[in-house]
Design a protein around this ligand. Structure first.
Ligand code: NAP
Length: 333
């Protein structure tokens, strides 16, 4: 497994990381029920494959994802880089300290390796929040200050506080390439590593959904799909372009004899500025299959053909990296 440094920090993470959102989930949670034995098998298998990067958040399943990860890492905590996130509403200095302590307790650890601000701060002082993060870092409670879902203006605001921002975790996959327009170039210029989430577009890029109706309703809320049901964006979507792109990636996969899942993950890993790619895995089989993606040899020609496959979706959905809201309500600026 290849390793990369997180921005200007000394922290080294595997190019493939584990998204732990489903951990600790119950029937009513986003990803549904996830058995702790399965979680432990996923974590064990990840570590055994050289994957050391685990991503959770205080918001995932009301803290149960952190708890579940902490439990699964018992005895092997020193082999892992643990990343968690504070929600933006909890960034008033005293609250932020309390929430950091609560995450430490749930994770059953004395330090968080990467501490992200989950979404841009809208109702608190950005300066006070990052000032507190700088203090938490000097106290050794966190090793890296990072952000998630931050656009150019929000990154500049965070950098202006004097904090060293190591990572920006944000949506990036073959069908969701908005960050290529302005966010990724700024991150490269500022030496902020990009961590991609949703690299398989929640399963669409594995080829398992052939039509819009096959996609589970909660996974159809992004701007790729016509606004229906629980979607908030109110836009017409780009369903024809999206499924045409999936079809092109599928045909390329058949031609090359490389599974679609591997092509999709390896494409993100090969892009300049990307530090790691987080993939959710529900069981050991998925982790084993996904880990093999790190071995795919991505030639410039193959990358170009995959770029071409997703180009029409990029053009249809534009430079707004918030795939859940309409442009006027975009949270990423
Ligand atoms: N910072 C943020 O705001 C933010 C937002 C979203 C996610 N994230 C992070 O990113 C992580 C990953 O993103 P994501 O979970 O939304 O999407 P994803 O990685 O694109 O999709 C993960 C889902 O795809 C399916 N899958 C994975 N490997 C597969 C395989 N080999 N074959 C078939 N299906 C497979 C599994 O679901 P099924 O088996 O149920 O189909 C899995 O839960 C999250 O866990 C979280 O840590 C962060």
């Amino acid at each position: 497994m290849k390793m990369r440094k997180c921005g200007r920090s000394e922290i080294e993470v595997s190019t493939l990381g584990i998204g732990c959102w489903s951990f600790g989930g119950g029937e009513d949670d986003y990803w549904g029920y996830q058995d702790q034995k399965q979680v432990e098998a996923v974590v064990r298998s990840a570590l055994d494959h050289g994957i050391n990067f685990f991503d959770t958040a205080e918001a995932y399943n009301d803290g149960r994802s952190e708890q579940s990860l902490g439990q699964a890492l018992k005895g092997r905590r020193d082999q892992a880089v643990v990343a968690t996130k504070v929600s933006p509403a909890n960034t008033e200095p005293r609250t932020l300290r309390e929430h950091c302590e609560a995450s430490l307790r749930r994770l059953d650890t004395d330090h968080i390796d990467v501490y992200y601000v989950h979404w841009p701060i809208a109702d608190q002082s950005v300066e006070d929040a990052f000032g507190t993060l700088i203090d938490l870092k000097s106290e050794g409670k966190i090793r890296s200050i990072s952000v998630s879902n931050h656009g150019v203006m929000q990154l500049r605001e965070a950098l202006a506080t004097g904090a060293q921002i190591d990572l920006n975790q944000i949506t990036y996959n073959l069908l969701s390439r908005a960050i290529e327009v302005v966010i990724l170039p700024l991150c490269i210029e500022e030496n902020i590593g990009v961590v991609s989430y949703m690299p398989l577009m929640q399963g669409l890029l594995t080829g398992k959904y052939k039509t819009v109706d096959d996609v589970p309703p909660l996974r159809r809320r992004t701007r790729h799909f016509r606004s229906r049901g629980e979607a908030r964006h109110g836009q017409p979507g780009a369903e024809a372009e999206t499924f045409a792109a999936v079809d092109r990636v599928g045909r390329l996969s058949a031609e090359m004899g490389i599974p679609m899942t591997h092509l999709s993950l390896a494409w993100v890993m090969a892009k300049p500025g990307i530090t790691s790619v987080l993939v959710g895995a529900r069981n050991r089989t998925q982790i084993e299959e996904n880990a093999a993606a790190a071995e795919v040899n991505m030639t410039a020609q193959l990358i170009q053909r995959l770029d071409d496959a997703g180009q029409a979706v990029l053009e249809a959905l534009g430079a707004d990296a918030d795939y859940w809201e309409g442009s006027e309500d975009s949270r990423i600026r």
